[in-house]
Design a binder for this molecule. Sequence first.
Ligand SMILES: [Fe+2]
Length: 189
Amino acid sequence: MPHATTDKDRSVIAKYVLEAHGKERQLETALQAQIAGAKLPELQTALVDHLEVTRRQIKDLESRLSELGEDTGGLPGPAKVVEAAAGLASTVANKSLAAAKGPVQLLRGTSPADNELRNVRDCYWNEAEEIAHYRVIETIATQLGDTPTARLARKHREEEEAMQATLEELLPTITRIVAETEGDLPAKS
Ligand SMILES: [Fe+2]
């Protein structure tokens, strides 16, 4: 017989969904900063599309959290207390950290091309972290019999994997621009 989801199960699932929600909020801010600084048109398009996806994911996670008994806008629920006790950054802290990091990210690097390369490399590992979040949520929700959460996590994971693949495809193009602007590689005619 499949496992019936209990209040205790919902609380442990909500803990991980809250963390994914905090990560998405952080990336919503980071993506906006990266869009403002993106030079390569294909990168700009991918980032704009992913910002839209990220905003929808945030809304869907919030609906899921309220169904799990967590209100992201109100008083802290049990999972938020667990999150705070574990010393993890809260949603608000994640967001302000991302806001602080945005302009710094835009100014680093030895050239605009090198800066772009570094931003894309950061985006890539952020996607990897999100994929891991959703893999955990999908697995624990399946183990604890919460099909809607497992389904949502799978959908989000697939969206992050698609973004990661796009970034991976763009990396050689961006790297070539660094080779041309910082090295002596002749520009492609
Ligand atoms: Fe993402």
